[in-house]
Design a protein. Sequence first.
Length: 285
Amino acid sequence: MVGHRACVARFLRILYHSVSPSPVICLNETAFSLESRPHVSLAGFESDTGSGPMGLFLHGFRSNAGGQKALALAAHARGKGYSWARFDLAAHGRSSGEFENQNLSGWLTDALCVAHRYAPRPLILVGSSLGAWLAVLMARQSGLKVAGLVLVAPAFNFLQRRYAELPDAVQGLWRAQGYLSVPDPYGAAADHYRIRHDLVEDAQRHDVLSEPIVLPCPLVIIHGAADELVPVSVSEEFLAHVSAPEQELRVIPGGDHRLTEAIPELLAAVDRLWAGAVRDQKMSA
């Protein structure tokens, strides 16, 4: 069992790469909450001018809407006069929900529920790690006008990719029990998390690396050259079969998975896509 837990701990490194402090409200932001699905109440913050594009930040697994990138984006949006929102996925931050009951489909439902608050306005989606995967899935949904995607260290397909690396014995145990109980690296010594096998099974239904992907908007990916959890090759593999009006991969020398050192590049990418969304909105008015 010790060996099994060591293997799972390696699997979980990408999941637990970043735990941020509890979200704090920024100047000019308003707190909001909404029910996205049964037993899930989402908590978030927004600063909305009431018209024009809307920006939405999607955080990573076991992070929340109070991380460095999220706060930098909120502050930048305030200074630029952009409408902006950020929220916690179910079982993260201030949002409710039991972690062991969550999967990618549920988090996608959460994200779409928030995004539809601002429809039919054009959306600029900024996703980090798992949030980047969600942003791509959102952009492929009908009913939303996604005008731009900025993806930071996108962890496409990471659940099924890491699962495939586990020994057969660990995979079999996980399937047989339906879950694995593993130590929480950020909790007390006796704290454990239950990871349901459904998390991996569901992720396989959202594969974005095995088939052509058509996106309706410009795409910027920012990836660290020294990312220890998701190699740059994942972004390169994604771009190899993506069709988008514009697409760009910015590799940050020495950048790790958190990429907090790349916040200036992130903000610049948002500004460029924002200008394009405003221009397109005026042309279609």
